[in-house]
Design a protein around this ligand. Structure first.
Ligand code: ZN
Length: 582
């Protein structure tokens, strides 16, 4: 007998045997399918009579939950068209024509091994094109092979096109890493460095124009092991750092809290060190679940206003005068209110403190004028006293307006909308992104001004990934939002679309450094190698591209008001002028 094709014109065949006990393998014969078979590649055979090419594979199968396979199956497929062509004529061209067609797992790399001398120049060219859609086994093979035949050229190529226009402004000590960095003037910034094996930690001030080092001060270890908080931030003329760890839960790191807050002057003087008593818990009561879904509630923030620091401490609101370094107030809040850390003071000196479920309004002497507390956990509240919940309920305790936003489906059923991320305040209202690919622009009276048939990345839902960056941004005249693996969209504040840019990758960061221009960072993983690869894009408010920079590192990433980007790569601190050349 020759093969199933010459004997019976069959083009496919399969059979299986049941496995018993701990058996997980069965040897099937080949020669009753293709007699006098010539093996040309692993799992690929040629019939010496009719020249048919057969792919013959065996594998275990059955219930995927069982430890051992229940059956062993053999399948034979006659290869035709490009699959046959690639086997008979294994050229680079034919290999690439295969695209994503399934072949035995080492077929592509076996062909490449055969071609590496004959098609050397084409293979080098192919690698350097870094095409994203090649089969991953080809990408991996090319990467290893190129490195082995030309290590120096490979290294230069890997650096090529990255960090365009970067200047080194500061050399960091060996074995150091930057925890965080932050600008506090147009040119001055601090880096939080952790150095050496023992992790000595300090703040170092630097000037990006001169590269000159200024003050330096030792720090305790940073807060880590919880949710991703900015552990170094600048607010109201002061620099703040977060340290230590208070375990909130053995199993849920988002409930872990920092232990200490330090506040520094911009001259590096330590003004205050305060033990923190912050709150964090999950929404679990069934009634509250009608309003919020699987949300972590916490008050991890502080307000610095007019040289005073306001922070939550247990059930109290504490305030410190940073100029005179003394406590001004330690106020226990009524009705189970817990201060959120957010506070605003109006021109008459009236103080609006946001609590975790409501508001308290004080006069300038801290006498309570009014207060309101929701039975549920709001996702967002603002000084107009509009209160938004996850399941698209909105209410206003002052005007008593209550609304619930719904999506009318084609079938006639109305489904309650739910939020993808926190509503973004606009000068005349809010941008509210929902699921089901729909967002609203609302005015302050909670009336729908415009519906937008798109939405942004989910950061609030039960399936949202932890620590996603804020996917919405409002600048002085623009609204921007991004949706991972789909697009970034730019609108006027009235909701007219200006630009959409598709994106097949996740967004790492969306921000403005000057309130006008729009900057975003995307993960730029191509499947070649394991190096970090990010793409930073800068748009002007019209959505025109000002600059695009490829980055190998986001360590110590910060951008000044004038668009100077600093970051650490290897042991250098680099600086790029994002506006250079325009
Ligand atoms: Zn045959």
């Amino acid at each position: 007998m020759s093969c199933l094709y010459c004997s019976k014109k069959s083009e496919s065949f399969s059979r299986s045997v049941a496995l018993g006990g701990e058996e997980y393998h069965h040897d099937f014969p080949i020669d009753d399918l293709v007699g006098n078979a010539i093996q040309v590649f692993s799992e690929i055979y040629r019939c010496s009579d009719c020249d048919s090419i057969w792919k013959i594979q065996s594998r275990g199968t059955g219930d995927p939950r069982s430890t051992y396979p229940e059956y062993y199956e053999q399948t034979a497929t006659l290869l035709k068209g490009i699959e046959r062509e690639a086997v008979v004529q294994p050229t680079l061209d034919n290999l690439l024509k295969l695209g994503e067609i399934s072949m035995p797992y080492d077929f592509r790399t076996s062909v490449l091994d055969k071609l590496k001398e004959k098609e050397k120049q084409n293979l080098i060219r192919l690698y350097r094109e870094q095409k994203p859609d090649l089969d991953s086994s080809i990408k991996f093979w090319l990467e290893k092979w190129y490195e082995s035949i030309a290590p120096e050229e490979f290294r230069r190529f890997k650096e090529d096109g990255f960090h365009m226009g970067a200047n080194s402004i500061y050399a960091l000590p060996e074995n150091s890493k930057i925890i965080s960095s932050e600008f506090y003037t147009l040119e001055d910034f601090v880096i939080w460095v952790e150095e050496g094996e023992d992790g000595r930690s300090y703040l170092q001030s630097l000037n990006h124009k001169t590269g000159k080092a200024g003050w330096k001060t030792d720090l305790p270890a940073p807060f880590s092991g919880g949710m991703k908080l900015p552990v170094l931030f600048y607010q109201g003329g002061y620099l703040c750092t977060l340290h230590g760890l208070q375990m909130g839960s053995e199993h849920y790191s988002r409930l872990n809290r920092p232990d200490r807050l330090r506040v520094y002057s911009t001259d590096g003087e330590l003004l205050l060190e305060e033990h923190l008593s912050w709150k964090a818990y999950e929404v679990i009561s069934p009634e509250e679940r009608d309003y919020s879904e699987n949300r972590t509630v916490h008050n991890f923030r502080v307000t610095i206003w007019d040289d005073s620091l306001y922070l939550p401490s247990g059930h109290s609101l504490k305030a410190f005068d940073l100029k005179n370094k003394k406590e001004i107030i330690n106020l226990s809040l009524p009705d189970g209110h817990i201060f959120s850390g957010k506070l605003q003071i109006d021109e008459d000196g009236k103080i609006l403190a946001y609590t975790m479920k409501g508001f308290i309004l004080f006069d300038a002497k801290w006498k309570i004028l009014s207060s309101w507390k929701s039975p549920y956990h709001p996702v967002f509240m603002d000084s107009n006293m509009n209160v938004f919940y996850y399941y698209a309920h909105v209410e206003n305790p002052r005007t008593h307006v209550v609304k619930e936003f719904q999506q009318k489906m084609e079938s006639g059923v109305s489904l309650t909308h739910f939020l993808r991320t926190t509503p973004a305040p606009l000068p005349n209202g809010y941008f509210v992104p929902f699921a089901y690919d729909e967002s609203y622009i609302l005015n302050f009276d909670l009336e729908i001004v415009k519906k937008i048939p798109y939405t942004c990345t989910d950061t609030l839902g039960p399936h949202a990934l932890d620590d996603k960056p804020e996917p919405t941004l409002v600048t002085e005249n623009r609204l921007v939002f991004c949706e991972d693996y789909k697009q970034i969209r730019l609108f006027s504040l009235e909701g007219e679309e200006i630009r959409v840019s598709p994106s097949e990758v996740p967004f790492v960061n969306l921000f403005t450094f000057d309130g006008k221009n729009i900057c975003f960072v995307q993960s730029n993983y191509t499947g070649y190698g394991v190096d970090d690869n990010y793409l930073l894009t800068l748009w002007n408010p019209e959505g025109q591209e000002i600059n695009q920079v490829k980055l190998r590192s986001l360590e110590g990433f910060a951008v000044s008001f004038h668009g100077y980007l600093i970051f650490k790569y290897q042991s250098e601190l680099l600086c790029i002028d994002l506006f250079k050349g325009i």
